[in-house]
Design a protein around this ligand. Structure first.
Ligand code: FE2
Length: 432
């Protein structure tokens, strides 16, 4: 089909995540104006995808950009536990500077763009009278806006009720432009205080018309049941589909009968879930001898209940996690393993958990591969979503609003073995 307009960009021979092959995507004024097989039109720029997977950008629904790239400052987490990580962050906080926060965050955003990760929801610690990290990340949000959507969550790391002044500081952060209300009920002093914090924070969100995203039940304690209160408050306050429970690791250890009652409540509240496979498998089960619990929340069961479930990166080189490179495919790869989501359909769900699902949770406008959506996307050196998770391939080309913002050379390996082919082919024909 010949389009009668001059395009800014024409992408051809692309495979899309839904399995359609040999597709063309036409871009004008930063948006897709046609997505069909065999499009032709004059275009200022063209990109031949050569049959590779072209997907909407990766989205990270859960991150801590105020802590990222601080690994080793002032020391390394020895026990590997959540609680030592929080203590370590407390040691680092007095030494943070505005410039260092901004530079580390911008550096991470560079990594993200190169990896095709173009939207991030980051929690930012508000337990600080100066709101230094908030100020820094608000500036970063503005700086990166042309190439990356950054959404900020007001996160009372030390407990909104437990930490003196935290509730006031959280409200101040919201006043100056932080987007989402956060919380950490399992870190409050008692179960009752945790539940009270959930109620208070959801009421603040309802009054201000904001979304909620709480660190919730990030513990192996099966009696940590703040997710129940979170879902109940979401329903009571009419916040359906606007509340996210992050981590929810206690659900891993809960009694099955209780979960059979909890999941329908979560579904009625349209509660969203963010699991963080890399971090959950690293931090949970630390008090166990053997067997050691994996600790990740019950992702397949939540999906079966109709919930939107995303996978987040949570941490990269910070007091809680020593690895990471802004690669959401690493996150999905770990998610496949920890949740044992190994069928073809389940692996595709894991790909959705780093693309479409988090986009829904963040409420990203214009996200997707449909006509009218923003012309954002990533070309991967892989043929489909499952192969992308298997190979963690180079991001050949990253596009934002129809413009190339990052490129990586294809991975090529050559063998020097007598009687064997010279070029490595990492693909296998897909068997029916
Ligand atoms: Fe987190």
């Amino acid at each position: 089909m010949l389009l009668p307009i001059m395009l800014d960009l024409l992408i051809t021979h692309a495979t899309l995540p839904d399995g359609r092959t040999d597709m063309s995507l036409a871009v004008r004024d930063g948006r897709y104006v046609a997505i069909e097989a065999g499009l032709a039109a004059p275009a200022a720029h063209t990109l031949d995808a050569q049959g590779h997977l072209f997907t909407s950008p990766f989205v990270d629904a859960h991150f801590h950009m105020d802590a990222t790239l601080s690994y080793g400052l002032p020391r390394v987490n020895q026990s590997g536990t959540l609680l030592e990580g929080i203590a370590l962050w407390g040691e680092l906080k007095p030494h943070l500077t505005f410039d260092a926060l901004v530079q580390r965050a911008l550096g991470y955003c560079d990594w993200a763009v190169a990896q095709g990760l173009l939207a991030i929801r980051t929690h930012v610690d508000v337990c600080d009278e100066r709101l230094l990290a908030v100020q820094a990340l608000l500036q970063v949000k503005k700086t990166v806006a042309p190439y990356l959507d950054l959404q900020l969550v007001a996160f009372p790391q030390d407990g909104v009720l437990r930490s003196p002044g935290a509730l006031h500081h959280l409200q101040r952060a919201l006043d100056i432009g932080v987007d989402v209300v956060g919380g950490i009920p399992h870190f409050e002093r008692t179960m009752a205080e945790g539940a009270a914090s959930v109620r208070t924070l959801c009421e603040i969100a309802a009054q201000r018309g904001l979304r909620v995203d709480m660190h919730c039940d990030e513990t192996d304690d099966p009696m940590s049941r703040h997710v129940e209160t979170l879902a109940f408050e979401a329903q009571r306050l009419g916040l359906h589909g606007r509340v996210t429970g992050s981590h929810l690791t206690s659900m891993h250890s809960m009694d099955n009968y209780y979960v059979s009652k909890l999941l329908p409540l979560m579904a009625e509240a349209q509660l969203h879930v963010v699991a963080n496979p890399l971090i959950n498998i690293t931090i949970q089960g630390r008090h166990d001898t053997y067997p050691k619990r994996r600790g990740m929340t019950r992702v397949p069961e939540q999906l079966a209940a109709g919930l939107t479930v995303a996978f987040g990166h949570d941490c990269v080189m910070d007091p809680w996690y020593s690895l990471g490179a802004a690669d959401m495919l690493q996150v999905a790869h770990m998610g496949v393993h920890v949740a044992q989501m190994t069928s073809q359909a389940a692996m595709r769900q894991c790909f959705d958990a780093i693309t479409t699902a988090p986009a829904r949770i963040l409420g990203l406008e214009g996200y997707g591969l449909q006509v009218g959506c923003h012309a954002d996307g990533v070309l991967l050196q892989a043929r489909d979503a499952v192969e992308a998770i298997r190979l963690l391939p180079p991001r050949l080309c990253v596009i934002r609003r129809g413009r190339v913002v990052a490129q990586t050379a294809p991975r090529v390996a050559h063998l020097q073995l007598a009687g064997r082919p010279n070029a490595i082919d990492w693909t296998l024909p897909i068997q029916a």
